[in-house]
Design a protein around this ligand. Structure first.
Ligand code: HEC
Length: 496
């Protein structure tokens, strides 16, 4: 009781001077925000609050967050403690450039690294009867957890807390035993799929785009926006091996849009956001040599797709009006592709149509799926769908590909395309009025798992042959789910 009274007196003391203070944001920041967001605004418990890291928000939206908080997180609203003027000043302040250019190099990365809390040995055999390669990792953004899902029985086997704002997709070790996750503010976490145990964590950047795991399982590459770099980590314990600053041929720094692994080439591929080039970083030469091969492009290309042999890279630029096909062997452009709806190549899939290898991509600004032949790079078909969307998914054991239209007028619909006729054959609406997207198949392609992307969301499991619902698993905003086998085999029908 006494303690509570003392606490509220303290709070009153804190409120009065703040309310009287001038709307100068820096002292307010130090008093109210620095404890969680860092004295240098580079993050702590809360994410970094610097312009590079807030691209997804507008100052008015940031003000809303500061006033009202983010429900279910440690970010509580400040409307009772700060005046509207102070909140507006703080919202502007977090969009101002930080006093010093942030540094985040080898030393900072190494110092951030932590090992497992539980040092007992990991089980040598799966502690469950199901197929360990038919597990899924489900990223639940609603309350920052990941769930390991047994894909044979469709039951969760572990649910563990994760960093906030995971993105870029989960990546597995080549044997499927471990999963690597990355948060927007640069934390990389390694988990054991069989137990859900956290094995290591490291902050590889301050604002990061995504990660890739080398085909030999030895390295994790992290692509960063802040600072402009890629960081190579030891996949075993996440210790940093090398930080490569990213700059174009002219010396101008460039942010990284995405990193990819090219298994047959034993290399990583890097998409640059601010330079007209692509980087290839081979890693087979040894742990300390990561030479950069630069491939010049006509446009800035920052979203990639690869053919199954990784001979060709298909890249699209920001304006989304065309694509370039680059032969990775010669480094030359071999074709230009007609796109006008902003393709989301990173989620594209391949399949065989009338004996020809083709790839299909949804668009972020048009309700169509483009189907392009990979033998002569001609457009085979544009399939009209229920609206613009993010994802398409198929599987070699099913003739159907599933697409969402979550950016369109009916975001609660999922459509099924027959890859033989290239026609939409079914429209599903698993949860009317709720945003629905991202489909993943079981190892054998028998079942398709669809996300209801709401806080009280779900994974809806469909029979992939007749599209009837088999099961519904409650999940908190399940933004993505990844099947171990489909991912580690770089299966046709799955984005890599
Ligand atoms: C007790 C810790 C804590 C304090 C104090 C705090 N925040 Fe936060 N804040 C967080 C966390 C954690 C998040 C991320 C929440 C999530 O998305 O899970 C966050 C998120 C935010 C975001 C959204 C960032 C984004 O990238 O979307 C803004 C803006 C923000 N905080 C501003 C502030 C400001 C300004 C203050 C001071 C007035 C403040 N916060 C005080 C913990 C805190």
């Amino acid at each position: 009781m006494k303690f509570a009274a003392a606490l509220s007196a303290l709070c009153l003391l804190a409120v009065v001077p703040a309310a009287r203070a001038a709307d100068d944001a820096a002292p307010l920041y130090r008093q109210y925000c620095a404890a969680c967001h860092g004295g240098d605004r580079l993050g702590g418990v809360g994410p970094a609050l610097v312009p590079d890291d807030l691209g997804h928000l507008k100052p008015a939206q940031a003000a809303k967050v500061i006033a009202g908080g983010l429900p279910g997180t440690e970010m509580k609203g400040f409307a009772g403690r700060l005046s509207p003027g102070q909140i507006t000043a703080l919202a502007a302040y977090v969009f101002s450039p930080p006093a010093a250019e942030p540094t985040w190099g080898m030393a900072q990365i190494a110092a951030s690294r932590t090992g497992p809390a539980d040092r007992s040995p990991l089980p040598a055999k799966p502690p469950f009867a199901s197929d360990p390669l038919n597990l899924f990792i489900v990223v639940e953004a609603g309350d920052h957890h990941v769930t390991v899902l047994d894909g044979d029985r469709m039951t969760p086997i572990a649910r563990v807390p994760s960093r906030a704002a995971l993105h870029g997709g989960a990546k597995f070790s080549p044997d499927g035993r471990f999963v690597y996750l990355m948060s927007r503010d640069g934390w990389v976490s390694k988990l054991d799929m069989w137990t859900g145990r956290l094995l290591a964590e490291v902050r590889a950047g301050l604002d990061s785009r995504n990660i890739a795991v080398s085909a030999d399982g030895r390295f994790v590459l992290v692509g960063n926006l802040l600072p402009d770099s890629v960081a190579v980590l030891d996949a075993a314990d996440l210790a940093p091996i090398k930080v490569i600053p990213v700059a174009g041929r002219d010396g101008r720094r460039s942010r990284v849009s995405a990193v990819y692994t090219a298994p047959p080439r034993h290399s990583f591929i890097v998409a640059l956001k601010d330079a007209r080039e692509i980087w290839e970083i081979p890693y087979a030469q040894g742990p300390d040599r990561f030479p950069v091969r630069r491939i010049a492009t006509e446009e800035v290309l920052d979203d990639f797709f690869f053919d199954l042999g990784y001979r060709h890279l298909i890249g699209a630029g920001r304006d989304g009006t065309r694509g370039e096909v680059i032969d990775l062997g010669t480094g030359r452009k071999v074709a230009t592709l007609p796109f006008d709806g902003m393709p989301h190549l990173g989620s594209g899939i391949t399949f065989t149509w009338h004996g020809r290898p083709v790839f299909a991509t949804p668009h972020l600004k048009q309700g169509v799926v483009s189907v392009i032949a990979m033998d002569d790079w001609s457009e085979v078909k544009r399939i009209p769908t229920c609206g613009p969307g993010y994802f398409i998914r198929g599987h070699r054991n099913t003739p159907y590909a599933w697409v969402d239209c979550s950016l369109g007028p009916t975001p609660d619909e999922i459509q099924v395309i027959d890859t033989r006729s290239l026609k939409v054959v079914r429209t599903l609406r698993p949860a009317p009025g709720k945003r629905t997207a991202h489909v993943e198949f079981t190892r054998d392609g028998r079942y398709a798992l669809v996300s209801i992307m709401e806080n009280d969301g779900a994974l809806v499991v469909y029979d992939a042959r007749d599209f009837h619902e088999v099961k519904r698993l409650p999940m908190r905003h399940p933004v993505g789910k990844y099947n171990v086998f489909n991912k580690i085999t770089y299966a046709q029908g799955t984005s890599h």
